[in-house]
Design a protein around this ligand. Sequence first.
Ligand SMILES: C[S@@+](CC[C@H](N)C(=O)[O-])C[C@H]1O[C@@H](n2cnc3c(N)ncnc32)[C@H](O)[C@@H]1O
Length: 286
Amino acid sequence: MNSPTVAQLLADAARSLSRAGVDTPELDAELLLAHALGVDRTRLLTHPEHILTPEQQTAFRALLDRRLQRHPLAYITGRRWFYDILLHVTPAVLVPRPETEELVARALTWLQTHPRAMVADIGTGSGAIALAVAKHTPPTVRIVATDISARALDVARSNALRLGLDQRVVFLLGDLLAPLPEPADLLLANLPYVAERDRSGLAPEVSVHEPAGALFSGPAGLDHLRRLLAQAPEFLRPGGAVLLEIGYDQGPAVIELARRVFPHATIRLHQDLAGLDRLLEITKTQ
Ligand SMILES: C[S@@+](CC[C@H](N)C(=O)[O-])C[C@H]1O[C@@H](n2cnc3c(N)ncnc32)[C@H](O)[C@@H]1O
């Protein structure tokens, strides 16, 4: 049998991925083959006639098999772009989502007028939010990042080292705001907010392969946000702000929780690119 070309391998792989229920079969086939060959996707697509060695075919097959079992692409390649930083990701951390970049953008806008702020990223996972904020702020902005998972913090710390940001972010293990050494000016969090009852509707990439401790938060998905908000007044300085990522249907419930603990604050919802409620912003005036 003739050795297959890049074009033939991509077409076969995309067909198998599509049959396995993968949403973007062509793109995933290209990214996996590019990763197996150690080239970028453009190079792959401009050399469709290239023939793979048997070793390259074996390496690609191993990656493809994992994707057919619906392992997230980011866990297979071990990396994911977030904002403008390349993060290493493992199954110990949630794969950072594009929606969360909006939280970073709003945090950076707030920090432009608060260049000496103390920032806390609660439930940092891969370190995505804390590290993106660190990259785009002067060293006068101090940043602490917490997580309840020691394995997640190992990933976050190694990302900080690789990105040369390890002197900018202090990583602390513990429950929500408890590890903070002092109150913060800006509290940021993308905590678990999926309702237990929604588990069965999730794609296998999420429900089977991402850490349950990064996703689920009680019957309505609000347990973490409720507890965080209850602790927040003690850990937020006067004039401070809170930015929380929320589920698209949680806006009214989270506003009510926030009003109870911050009756005099300005509370706003922001929508994501799809027009869905995605961020809660609390600005404390005193
Ligand atoms: C939805 S993931 C988000 C990770 C990261 N912030 C991001 O946006 O990609 C939630 C993170 O919160 C952490 N977490 C869950 N419960 C926590 C708690 N009680 N205190 C601190 N972190 C917690 C999980 O381990 C996980 O890393």
